[in-house]
Write a protein that binds this ligand. Structure first.
Ligand code: SIN
Length: 282
């Protein structure tokens, strides 16, 4: 895709972040909410750039965050994470000196273990470590387009199992979540999905949730998945985002993966995210 240097939509200015993917958005403070014109501009920019970084923001109230998320679709309730009191649609991202895990430490597309995995996720960070805590994003259209034609053809008929038991069981126990007797989701999705809005093809497997290619033997599945994970995580398809306080990142889970780097222990990093429901991948 060709990037244009600067796009102006009303008061919103969208500037590409890197050739791989991403754009910075200025001229709007999401804490004030979103009007229809800005919503349309942001929706188009998200489809074009896959992840948007809203700069020069102030703290978004939880209600406003939920309202903005709802403009893009119904909100997704996380199957495992603790809910914010009074705002069950908000997932609080929090890691500190006593944390056993930090969220999103390995490459993934959010909750790809759901039958209808999220369209997008909007995260604002309120507490940042002095250094570190960056997030990586990777372009899964580019990963698809870089595959050879025979390999793409083989993958196009395959489906993969995405599981979450191994990811979520006991994960949030240090935040008071008791999951005894709970069943965590799993789903089968095409290995290559077509984005429902852009019509472009993207690789849709990730190291966190994808455990098996259904149509292959166990050793074949293991080898092909490992090859795809390595390919999708190649630095050519990536950006690394260094956060500033109150920045908001909004990413499209249907065509981008991400990974949050926990290199700042014992420092603290905290924020809130809303996640927008998506379609069944096809
Ligand atoms: C996530 O939602 O996967 C976490 C992203 C981040 O904390 O940067």
């Amino acid at each position: 895709m060709t990037h244009i240097p600067v796009t102006s939509e009303g008061q919103i200015v969208v500037t590409p972040f890197a050739p791989a993917l991403g754009a910075e958005v200025r001229g709007i403070d999401l804490a004030d909410g979103l009007d229809e014109q800005s919503y349309q501009a942001i929706r188009q920019a998200l489809l074009r750039y896959q992840v948007l970084f809203f700069k020069e923001q102030t703290e978004i109230a939880a209600e406003t965050h939920v309202e903005i998320g709802r403009m893009f679709g119904d909100l997704h309730m996380h199957p495992a994470a603790p809910q914010m009191s009074g705002h069950p649609e908000i997932f609080v991202i929090h890691a500190h000196k006593d944390s056993k895990v930090a969220n999103g430490e390995f490459w993934h597309s959010d909750v790809s273990c759901d039958e209808e995995p999220p369209l997008g996720t909007m995260l604002q960070l309120h507490i940042l470590p002095e250094v570190g805590g960056d997030t990586l994003f990777a372009n899964m259209y580019a990963a698809y387009e870089a595959l050879s034609e025979p390999f793409r053809e083989m993958l196009s008929g395959l489906t993969a199992l995405h599981e979450s038991e191994h990811v979520y069981r006991g994960r949030y126990s240090d935040r008071g979540v008791e999951d005894h007797g709970k069943t965590y989701p799993q789903a089968v999705h095409p290995v290559i999905r077509t984005h429902p809005e852009t019509g472009r093809k993207a690789v849709y497997v990730n190291r966190t949730f994808t455990t098996r290619i259904n149509e292959l033997s166990e050793p074949e599945s293991k080898a092909i998945l490992e090859c795809l994970f390595d390919h999708c995580e190649h630095v050519d398809f990536q950006i690394r985002y260094r956060w500033e306080r109150y920045d908001v990142a909004f990413w499209d889970n249907r065509c981008a993966m991400h990974r949050a780097i926990w290199d700042y222990w014992p420092a603290e990093r905290q924020g809130r995210r809303v996640t927008i429901k998506g379609d069944r991948p096809s």
